[in-house]
Design a protein around this ligand. Structure first.
Ligand SMILES: [Zn+2]
Ligand SMILES: [Zn+2]
Length: 218
């Protein structure tokens, strides 16, 4: 059985052609207003005929003018569920800025699938002492904030000091997550009777007066 995401990936992988002008359809990132997160990944895609010579587009201007009394035309558009429709466009350049490489979509989908997988592992990660999904979510800036916040709470619960290095090596973009992680790291260090050397940042014993890594006095 195909999942929605398999169907979408196949759709992105296939070549699609316009029945009006026979030219190959362009893969576009749909405007965010069109539909929500319904396709199984974070972004919406659609295939559209952007050929300015396409008969649907060329003849559409007059049709819209007569029917609706304003200036617009149509582009042939195909959605992942196979649904095809004439999409009204206000000008020649509509959608031309949204053309994307199907490879980008596939990469996005791969990331999204990994995120979903990590999220589903959160329920069992504490019992299994599995830090991986937690670190994955915390270091993936494209992951949803709710999932990352939850990962941060679990981080504290797991109290595993090996989390410090990968998190310290990550450059956070989301400052809320960064602050949450910073607080969690401090608490984890404290609970493990450790601290970070103020000179070399290596983890050392909380009561150490001299760093065993850089030899400097704390
Ligand atoms: Zn066409
Ligand atoms: Zn040091």
């Amino acid at each position: 059985m195909l999942s929605a995401s398999d169907a979408c990936l196949r759709y992105v992988d296939e070549e699609h052609y316009c029945p009006h002008c026979k030219s190959r359809l362009s893969c576009c990132q749909a405007p965010p207003v069109h539909v929500g997160d319904g396709l199984g990944w974070g972004s919406e895609v659609l295939f559209i005929c952007l050929n300015d010579e396409c008969s649907l587009f060329v003849n559409g201007w007059q049709h819209v003018e007569e029917q609706y009394g304003h200036s617009a035309s149509f582009r042939y558009m195909k959605l992942p569920d196979g649904e095809a429709q004439a999409m009204m466009v206000a000008g020649k350049d509509a959608f031309k800025g949204c053309v994307i490489d199907p490879e980008t979509i596939k990469a996005q989908n791969k990331r999204y699938t990994k995120e979903k997988e990590a999220l589903s592992q959160l329920d069992t990660c504490v019992a299994e002492k599995n830090l991986e999904p937690v670190i994955f979510l915390l270091t993936d800036e494209a992951a949803g904030v709710e999932g990352r916040k939850r990962a941060c709470e679990l981080l504290l619960e797991m109290n595993d000091i090996t989390c410090v290095d990968p998190l310290r090596n990550h450059k956070f973009v989301n400052t809320t997550i960064e602050q949450n992680v910073e607080m969690a790291i401090r608490q984890i260090l404290k609970a493990n009777f450790k601290k970070e050397c103020s000179h070399c940042a290596e983890i050392i014993k909380a009561q150490a007066k001299v760093c065993m890594h850089c030899g400097k006095e704390i």
